[in-house]
Design a binder for this molecule. Structure first.
Ligand code: ZN
Length: 262
C-alpha cells in the first residue's frame, strides 16, 4: 500500500477546502453570459440578463439596481434552476413541451413552481400549473399533498375529481367475511392483503386532516347511495364512481364542518 501518499495528503489539507468551490453547470455555462446564478448545491449557472428580464419580474427589478451583477444566490437546487433556465431561453410555445418532460415527477414540478413563483415569471408559472393539473389523473395523491402544503383547495378538488378505482379500491375479501387464503390459491391478480395494502397506501401519506375529511365524505356518500332506491345492488354503494368523486370534491374542505356541506 502506498503509505507515503496518505502522509502527503495529510500534510496538504488544501484539496479538501477546494471541494466546496462552486462547480460550473454542464449546460448553462456560456462564459459570455453576464449573470451567474449560484444554486443551493453550489453550482454556477450562467445566463443572460436580457433573457431573465424578459420573463421574470424579480430579475427585471433586480437588474434596474445600479450595482454590478454579482453572483446571485438562489435557494434552489441546480437541477431545478437548470430547467428554469431552459424555459427562460425557450420561446413561450415550447414551455409546455419542456415542462411536460417532468410530468411523472411531482417533486420536480413542485420545485419548478416554487422557483417560477419566486422569480415572478408569470408565463412559466402558468404553464407549470397547467402540467401539474394535467398530472392529476396519474398522480392524484401527489397533487393532494401539494394542495395541502400550499393550502390550495382548488388544487385538492382537481386531484379528487381524478380519483378512480386505480387509486382507491375497497378490497373484497376472498372468503366474504375474511381472507380464507383462496386469493392466493386461485390465482387472484392480487391477494387480499395486497389489496388492503393498496387501499391504505393511498391514505397513508396524506395529512391527517385530509385523511379524516376524505373518509367522512366517502362514508356519507355511501350512506346517501344506500338510501337511494335507484341504486341497485349492495356493492355499488361502496364503489365510488366519477359522479361520487365529483360530489366529494365539491364538498372537500377540512376547515368546514360536515353539516355545512349537505
Ligand atoms: Zn384472501
Amino acid at each position: 500500500m502506498p503509505d507515503e501518499h496518505i502522509v502527503v495528503e495529510d500534510d496538504q489539507p488544501r484539496p479538501a477546502a477546494q471541494a466546496v468551490e462552486p462547480t460550473p453547470d454542464e449546460r448553462h455555462c456560456d462564459p459570455n453570459a453576464d449573470v451567474v446564478l449560484v444554486s443551493k448545491d453550489q453550482v454556477h449557472l450562467r445566463a443572460y440578463s436580457h433573457h431573465l428580464k424578459q420573463v421574470s419580474k424579480f430579475f427585471a427589478d433586480l437588474f434596474t439596481l445600479p450595482s454590478k451583477l454579482e453572483p446571485i444566490n438562489l435557494d434552489f437546487d441546480s437541477f431545478v434552476i437548470s430547467i428554469y433556465l431552459d424555459l427562460v431561453i425557450a420561446p413561450t410555445y415550447c414551455y409546455s413541451v419542456i415542462i411536460d418532460q417532468h410530468n411523472h415527477d411531482s417533486e420536480t414540478l413542485k420545485q419548478l413552481l416554487q422557483i417560477s413563483e419566486y422569480t415572478m415569471s408569470e408565463e412559466i408559472t402558468k404553464n407549470v400549473w397547467q402540467v401539474i393539473r394535467e398530472m392529476a389523473i396519474a398522480y392524484p395523491q401527489a397533487l393532494l399533498n401539494l394542495a395541502h402544503e400550499r393550502q390550495d383547495l382548488d388544487l385538492a378538488r382537481v386531484a379528487i375529481k381524478c380519483i378512480n378505482s386505480d387509486s382507491i379500491d375497497l378490497p373484497h375479501l376472498c372468503g366474504g367475511n375474511e381472507c380464507e387464503g383462496r386469493c392466493a390459491s386461485y390465482e387472484w391478480a392480487e391477494t387480499c392483503s395486497e389489496r388492503i395494502n393498496d387501499f391504505q397506501r393511498f391514505f397513508r401519506p396524506l395529512d391527517p386532516a385530509y385523511q379524516e375529511e376524505f373518509l367522512q365524505l366517502m362514508l356519507l356518500r355511501s350512506k346517501i347511495k344506500a338510501d337511494n332506491p335507484n341504486v341497485e345492488g349492495k356493492k355499488e354503494v361502496m364503489e365510488w364512481n366519477e359522479e361520487d368523486w365529483t360530489w366529494i370534491a365539491e364538498r372537500f374542505d377540512p376547515d368546514r364542518s360536515l353539516d355545512e356541506k349537505i
